[in-house]
Design a protein around this ligand. Sequence first.
Ligand code: NDP
Ligand code: 8X3
Length: 255
Amino acid sequence: MKPVIFITGATSGFGAATTRHFASNGWKVIATGRRRERLAELEAQFPEFVHGIEMDLTHHESIKAAVKAIPENFQPVTCLFNNGGLALGTNPIPDIDPAHWRTMVETNIMGLIHTTLELLPLLKQVGRGASIVNVGSIAQRFAYPGGNVYGATKAFVHQFSANLRTDTMGTGIRVTALEPGHAKSEFTAVRTGGDFEANEKMYADNDPLMPEDIAQTVWWLANLPAHVNVNVIEVMPVCQVPQRPVILKREEFSA
Ligand code: NDP
Ligand code: 8X3
């Protein structure tokens, strides 16, 4: 029987690349997201390997319906790639849109925990060798102006992943928080409300991670020997360097 991966956010960026990588290498993929036409493209590219299901992470009922709609020949599930998510807005507090905050919490936190809850029975059927890969971000550890609620949702993913490991203890299911840095996708276009020029500019003069880099990392994680659990993995492009905290001079304070 071929192994199966359930992917959230399969319509773009990391999720689309991971769908292609796994399907090309003989896994079956349940590809989910809101944009049906993009799911259809993936299905057309890999007719026997990809099954698309429309799913909105912000609605628990939509997640339940999607899991119910998984065809029998795409069960049980060996890997859950909890990847779908977004940042909205780049302004520091208080110049923010409360609706953005709500959507980020509903997608990055509620969507991820509800998906985990609904998939667990199918992962438990596999048990030893099954895995959950939760996409966090370096933004959970490195603060930056305008990162406010986005970074905090990813800090949730970091700690939830650790707690989930303790709750799944004894089932054989592995849990990893995968925390990427600067990576090219549609992330910045979404964050800026559809500014694809800003998206291109962000990556024009540097060499970011590419979605395929993340797909390969997920592949490595999912195919490690069954007794190995990578708790956290932080991945950055060589062009991105973590630095020490900023120190302000007295004259740089506004009051
Ligand atoms: P993209 O914008 O390219 O992809 C985001 C995916 O999330 C899309 O497939 C989108 O699908 C899905 N999504 C968003 N909202 C919902 C929703 N309500 N319901 C279902 N699916 C949803 O960005 P990335 O590939 O970069 O992002 C993937 C993950 O990686 C995110 O969690 C992001 O926070 C994280 N990340 C990104 C980094 C980067 O620099 N790019 C770095 C670190 C982490 P659709 O719109 O069709 O529903
Ligand atoms: C996305 C990475 O640093 O742009 O999670 O917020 S960052």
